[in-house]
Design a binder for this molecule. Sequence first.
Ligand SMILES: [Zn+2]
Ligand SMILES: [Zn+2]
Length: 289
Amino acid sequence: MSLTLRFWGTRGSIPTPGSATVRYGGNTPCVEVRTASGALVILDAGTGMRPLGNCLVEQARGARITGDIFLSHAHWDHIQGLPFFTPIFRPGNHFRIWSAASEAEHVARAVREQMSPTVFPVTFDKLGATVEFCALAGGHANGDYSLDVHSVRHPGGALAYRMRTGNSRRPGLVYISDNELGDATGYHSPADWRSRLVAFASGAAILVHDAMYTREEYEQHRGWGHSHYHDVVQLALDADVSRLVLFHHNPERSDAEIDEHVAECRALVAAYDAPLEVLAAAEGLTLTT
Ligand SMILES: [Zn+2]
Ligand SMILES: [Zn+2]
């Protein structure tokens, strides 16, 4: 039994339409995950959620749509697609929006208030679907999948997710959208945070990770909560994952530059002679664990 992922939004921080971002995409983070039984899980609710919603409505042909939405955190780029997610306006549909227990109250408020009259014409209370806010105290299991959580280094806090289907020993998917791997102060992470993170991601079939910066850019943005791709490759090697997907692309990054960075990462991996595949997340890319 495996998980199928489809990327609907891959860009960090702000949508980036335009000819330079056509191949990797300009929508902010949103990943659809399907379990073997077809259960719908959505990782983050960035602007990629709009085309995902349209696709779900088309596939459903009027049938009820249910799903679990797991937010890594509530920064704009991870929630701004929700008001444009068509299924949320249809009576009969049912969604649960999950976030870290410690932040659940703030997250619910941020999600609701992005649909308050000052900033949006339709209020949250007018949604047709049933929407529940749920707190993730630890892991979560539902039908044929399980989900483990891990706190990562990002201003305001963020969660990493590890999702498995069927047998809990399967390698599964690790999703870490926003995380700073470099040395930076200001986080309440334990001294051994890196070895804990390596253990969390250990042996994953797919690791999706924040790769916002080049090494040079990172020096100008230390403490902003994102990683450079050299550090990300090192994490993937240390955690012995099979496939690394560079994610949360810098809004200033063109498709051609992402191609160059992928090539650079592959050269790094080749130098270690490691069986690690590296690719960059692109809208429409579908992968199976
Ligand atoms: Zn982000
Ligand atoms: Zn963020």
